[in-house]
Design a protein around this ligand. Structure first.
Ligand code: IMP
Ligand code: MG
Length: 179
């Protein structure tokens, strides 16, 4: 697996630091609140696991499954809810925990849909941001790291469902895509 990596973008140490910084901000902003962390499977699962343990807050977690890139590296443009939340969010403080904000199409649709359920608040915490690729407007209050316009894998992020288990974030060798 390591042979397929061209370059490491963020080391385990850098990721840990970033998660800690985001958790500090969220600890401050949500002190005394009962926040519901909502994560979109599967990419955000590694971030969620580390992030929630870095929080010093009473919180709950829930997961959604929405359609993603499939086996390619380009967005399909529409979002389909495959698994919805288990709990109602009316009157709740909801924090969406995302792996990467790319075109923003997925998240903007998701937020619009969740807002109809009248949460008390809804914000976004994303570990990575690829601002150059934005096609739909999304405001993320908490942003970990900016990434260049390159397809990255590791720490939850996949290419064709692989590489999610890499503890760092890297760029694949071009030949991996064309195999
Ligand atoms: P978008 O913001 O609607 O374009 O889609 C965001 C989702 O696409 C993320 O939650 C990831 O699952 C996936 N994604 C976007 N960029 C990358 C990448 O560089 N590597 C792996 N997955 C990515
Ligand atoms: Mg994906």
């Amino acid at each position: 697996m390591l042979n397929d990596i061209k370059e490491v973008l963020f080391t385990e140490e850098q990721l840990k630091e970033t998660v800690g910084r985001l958790a500090e901000q969220v600890n401050r902003d949500y002190a005394g609140k009962n926040v519901l962390l909502v994560s979109v499977l599967k990419g955000a699962v590694v971030f969620m696991a580390d992030f929630m343990r870095a929080l010093d807050l009473k919180c709950e977690i829930d997961f959604m499954v929405v359609s993603s890139y499939g086996s390619g590296t380009k967005t399909s443009g529409n979002v389909k809810i495959i698994k919805d939340l288990d709990v109602p969010i009316e009157g709740r403080d909801v924090l969406i925990v995302e792996d990467i904000l790319d075109s923003g199409v997925t998240l903007s649709n998701l937020i619009r849909m969740l807002e109809e359920r009248r949460p008390k608040s809804i914000e976004v915490c994303t570990l990575f941001d690829k601002p150059e690729r934005r096609a739909a407007h999304v405001y993320a209050k908490y942003i970990g790291l900016k990434v260049p316009d390159e397809f990255v894998v590791g720490y939850g992020l996949d290419f064709d469902e692989k590489y999610r288990n890499l503890p760092f974030v890297g760029v694949l060798k071009p030949e991996v895509y064309t195999k």
